[in-house]
Design a binder for this molecule. Sequence first.
Ligand code: DQA
Length: 143
Amino acid sequence: MLLIINGPNLNRLGLREPGVYGLQTIEDLERQCETWGAELGEPVTCRQSNFEGQILEWVHEAQEQGFGGIVINPGALTHYSYALRDAIASQPLPVVEVHISNVDAREEFRHTSVTAAVCRGKISGLGFVGYRLAMEYLTELEG
Ligand code: DQA
């Protein structure tokens, strides 16, 4: 069972900077992840929040809630949230960081991820497909 977390402003997908993020909405993304989960035989729970503390608590509680891995798009928290980094490091589940856009091809401040080093890996720039690849990896790990 996988937990998919989308962070700040990702509820604005479809409306926000469509040239960067496309026209599909967070509902489209979450539906896709559920479909991919069904194909992989891996139930998924999708959550989105604009509140850092809420995201920290979801990460803290994921293992005791029975999840086997976390896919997280931390949005801009990626670039500065030491609290999120520490939350990921504080728990044992494998975490994969995903970005819809290619953060390394954008503004300088997006080139830094303070969270990636405590994740298993980072996928950036592949659109929604990045979530599927992260899910496949975590499903394989769960064996
Ligand atoms: C993002 C990239 C971040 O730099 C940005 O702040 C986001 C979305 C992405 O999915 O490409 O909110 O994480």
